[in-house]
Design a protein around this ligand. Structure first.
Ligand SMILES: Cc1cc2nc3c(=O)[nH]c(=O)nc-3n(C[C@H](O)[C@H](O)[C@H](O)COP(=O)(O)O)c2cc1C
Length: 187
């Protein structure tokens, strides 16, 4: 049983990565395998609406998305994590969401999997972005466990999220609930 955390920040080692690692650590502690996947430095292009994926073909865009999509289909749980950029998810994560969402919309490989969002920002936009990501999980048939607050945290410079005690605790409890639900669904 495996959970993957996809980090949509272009900044390696930043707050989103720290928060995602923290959640994955909670999941590892419950006996699941975990992997953190950074979009930083990868070539993930936006959907160009060719619709080939909806007509039985695979996405013709030749970039770094396909190996990640394969890992997403193999995992039991998926976390999508992003910093807030102008009130929204990063363009990198949105490109991944649009393309994996469209590719999987008819074939439903994510239906019955477990997942949810993690969001970090300096000051504002976490709740909107949290909802933005939840739309993706909901329409694709994921089961989304809750936590002890919405999965949001505060931080600006890399590492600052480590000072947001409630944000860390919420992310940790979210990880515990992900592991609980995966185990309930699989055993
Ligand atoms: C282009 C850009 C846009 C941003 N927009 C917002 C925003 O709308 N609200 C906010 O609170 N912080 C905003 N921030 C700050 C980041 O969300 C914050 O620094 C976050 O911790 C970055 O996460 P990371 O370290 O994982 O990259 C923005 C940062 C950048 C680079």
């Amino acid at each position: 049983m495996k959970a993957i955390g996809i980090v949509g920040s272009p900044r390696k080692g930043g707050n989103t990565e720290i928060l995602t690692s923290h959640t994955l650590k909670a999941i590892t502690g419950e006996g699941l395998d975990t992997e953190l996947i950074r979009l930083a430095g990868l070539d993930i292009r936006p959907c160009d609406a060719c619709r080939i994926c909806r007509e039985g073909g695979s996405c013709p865009i030749d970039d770094d998305l396909f190996p990640i999509y394969t890992k997403m289909k193999e995992a039991e749980a998926i976390i999508l994590a992003t910093p807030v950029y102008f009130g929204s998810a990063t363009a990198q994560l949105k490109a991944l969401m649009d393309r994996t969402g469209y590719m999987s919309y008819d074939v439903r490989p994510f239906a019955g999997k477990v997942g949810g969002p993690l969001v970090v920002a300096r000051r504002a936009g976490q709740n909107f972005t949290f909802a933005q990501l939840m739309y993706w999980f909901h329409i694709l048939g994921f089961f989304m466990p809750g936590s002890t607050y919405w999965n949001i945290a505060f931080g600006r410079q890399p590492g600052e999220v480590g000072e947001d005690e409630e944000g860390l605790r919420t992310a940790w409890n979210f990880g515990k609930n992900i592991a609980f639900l995966v185990k309930r669904l699989k055993t």
